[in-house]
Design a protein. Structure first.
Length: 109
């Protein structure tokens, strides 16, 4: 792996992977938190406890758009890199990057 472009490609691919996973985790956390808030309300828990859980829910919901924005930017950067380095098309790293972009296309759109 003497070519520094391959190293850059691996880094950019890793960033996209990590951000896609992070976004997914925040979305799952928000769903779990919504359920918890509803359960607290239906169980008649203390108002303070419900408010605290709602705060946690808001924080989770705020992270989703932030992750989406960062993911979209990382995808754009990876796409630009792939376009500018088409001579790397025969490498395993290039194939992995293009496969990842196809896989997460529904998540980014």
């Amino acid at each position: 792996m003497a070519d520094p472009r391959l190293r850059q490609l691996k880094i950019k691919t890793g960033v996209v992977k990590r951000l896609a996973k992070e976004k997914s985790v925040y979305e799952k956390e928000a769903e779990t938190q919504k359920s918890r808030v509803e359960k607290y309300k239906s169980d008649g828990k203390d108002v303070h406890d419900i408010r605290k859980q709602e705060e946690v829910l808001k924080e989770s919901l705020m992270m989703v758009p932030d992750c989406q924005r960062r993911l979209a930017k990382a995808v754009e950067e990876l796409n630009e890199f792939l376009k500018s380095e088409e001579e790397l098309k025969e490498t395993k790293e290039y194939a992995e990057a293009t496969a990842l972009l196809e896989e997460i296309k529904p998540v980014v759109s």
